[in-house]
Ligand binder design. Structure first.
Ligand SMILES: NC(=O)c1ccc[n+]([C@@H]2O[C@H](COP(=O)([O-])OP(=O)(O)OC[C@H]3O[C@@H](n4cnc5c(N)ncnc54)[C@H](O)[C@@H]3O)[C@@H](O)[C@H]2O)c1
Ligand SMILES: *[C@@H]1O[C@H](CO)[C@@H](O)[C@H](O)[C@H]1NC(C)=O
Ligand SMILES: *[C@@H]1O[C@H](CO)[C@@H](O)[C@H](O)[C@H]1NC(C)=O
Ligand SMILES: *[C@@H]1O[C@H](CO)[C@@H](O)[C@H](O)[C@H]1NC(C)=O
Length: 309
């Protein structure tokens, strides 16, 4: 499987490209993730271009950023409302929008992709960007389940390609996983580390392996909770209470699955299962599959393991 292939080629980069501090970030994909990253980058002194396929999506994304900034400001500038208004204006002034990614990256230091989780679509995008972006531009993907090396293989800048994995909601969650493939140069890796630190995040480094750190541990844990319940060994409610009060987790596994989205969990699990069919941690769950087939994706559809009104 391609997954193992990219570990075999050793880094060949001799870094002819001097890395510069990342100032201009182009974020491709104005969904939940992209908008969150744009907000944080613009609030921390970066120039941001948010790219998506239509102006309507982008207008909605910017409205979402504005609403989210207002919530941040309410807490951060509770007793200084004018300073809060100025903070929002300054951050929004640093966000521009575009529908042509290839043109947008012409002045980018970093092109960060947060589009649909599909290898071919991501490869096609980066292959186009590779032709118009300057030599120094670093490419990064926020994929949560695809090997970074497989996406990078569509470009001629394997040494300037890495992963930046954020967590939803981006403005609240403190962690970024920074991923270097076997071909990512040290300079590129350091730039990505410096960038996530400049966003005010705590960074951890991780190899290009399925799920990186957080999802690799969290997804099998959530699925094991579903299997425990499927075996009739405990109710959803009891398992959730047990993990909250006994392990100190803020949400139980079923609450967390409903929050993440059952469709997303199934998608990740199916991908890993295809890569490692004999790994019991990745084996499919009939109950999860049934709920997804019935359109019960969790909070976002009003019903998953629990009902939401
Ligand atoms: N949702 C999460 O919890 C989460 C967490 C970490 C990583 N991710 C990853 O982030 C990525 C995006 O997730 P999301 O939840 O923001 O998805 P989303 O569906 O909300 O947003 C994706 C956006 O990309 C746009 N898009 C698609 N193809 C495009 C193209 N070729 N050019 C420009 N724009 C394009 C879509 O119009 C959409 O607005 C995925 O790769 C996902 O795996 C998601
Ligand atoms: C990054 O990944 C996280 C978690 O998988 C996701 O919630 C988020 O939307 C993604 N962001 C981008 C910009 O892709
Ligand atoms: C906006 O970007 C400029 C140029 O990168 C930077 O100097 C400025 O501090 C940024 N503004 C905010 C509010 O971060
Ligand atoms: C990363 O930051 C450190 C400390 O500020 C700096 O010395 C180094 O040059 C930076 N590296 C890159 C590649 O940006």
């Amino acid at each position: 499987m391609a997954f193992f292939g990219h570990h075999m080629c050793r880094a060949f980069s001799s870094s002819a490209f001097r890395s510069v501090a990342i100032k201009h970030v182009v974020i491709i994909g104005g969904g939940q993730m992209g908008a969150g990253i744009a907000q944080v980058a613009a609030s921390t002194g970066h120039q941001v271009t948010l790219v998506d396929t239509s102006d309507a999506i982008l207008t909605k994304a910017v409205k979402g950023i504005e609403a989210s900034l207002k919530r941040v400001v309410k807490k951060k500038f509770a007793d200084k409302p004018e300073a809060g208004v100025a903070f929002i204006e300054k951050a929004l002034r640093n966000v521009s929008i575009a529908t042509d990614a290839a043109a947008a990256v012409q002045s980018a230091d970093l092109a960060l992709e947060a589009i649909v989780e599909n290898l071919k679509v991501k490869q096609d995008l980066f292959s186009v960007l590779d032709k118009t972006a300057p030599a120094h531009t670093i490419f990064a993907s926020n994929t949560s389940s695809l090997p970074i090396g497989d996406i990078a293989s569509a470009t001629s800048r394997l040494d300037r390609f890495g992963g930046l994995h954020f967590f939803n909601p981006v403005p609240m969650m403190k962690l970024v996983e920074v991923i270097g493939t076997s071909a990512t140069s040290q300079e590129t890796f350091d730039s990505l580390m410096n960038f996530s630190n400049a966003l005010g995040k705590t960074s951890v480094s991780c190899k290009d392996t399925p799920g990186f750190i957080v999802n690799r541990l969290l997804v099998p844990y959530m699925l094991e909770a579903v299997r425990l319940h499927e075996r009739g060994h405990g109710s959803k409610e009891d398992i959730d209470v047990a993990m909250k009060l006994g392990a100190g987790y803020p949400m139980g596994p079923f609450e967390l699955l409903d929050y993440v989205g059952l469709d997303t969990a199934k998608f990740i699990l199916d991908g890993w299962s295809a890569m490692e069919p004999t790994n019991p941690l990745f084996s499919p769950s009939p109950l999860l599959n049934k709920l997804v087939a019935d359109g019960k994706f969790g909070k976002k559809t009003g019903e998953g393991f629990y009902k939401y009104k």
